[in-house]
Design a protein around this ligand. Structure first.
Ligand code: ZN
Length: 99
């Protein structure tokens, strides 16, 4: 068994701490960045134009579920068959009105 000096032990503890805390800090930083990217004025403009029925608030489960055809809230475009998020009035692919 090799003898570890105090400096080596401190370095290993530092690396372990970074490995434990780093991913959490990266995720929180990513979350803050995504919130910073959100464009509330664009959403308000789209609501005023009638493109959106309401402020979209999809959960992660909604986003994952709309990737499948079985999601009950997903709306298919009658023209191009593209799946659109619930609450959207116009197709994101061709602009056709969706009921
Ligand atoms: Zn379409």
């Amino acid at each position: 068994m090799a003898d570890l000096s105090t400096v080596e032990i401190a370095f290993r503890l530092f690396v372990a701490g970074v490995a434990m805390v780093g991913p959490t800090l990266l995720f929180l930083g990513f979350w803050r960045f995504m919130m910073w990217l959100r464009d509330d004025r664009l959403i308000d403009t789209l609501i005023a134009r009638g493109t959106l029925d309401e402020r979209p608030a999809p959960s992660a489960a909604d986003i994952l579920a709309t990737a499948t055809a079985s999601h009950p809230g997903a709306r298919r475009c009658p023209l191009c068959e593209k799946r659109n998020l619930p609450g959207v009035r116009l197709c994101r692919e061709c602009g056709e009105r969706i009921r």
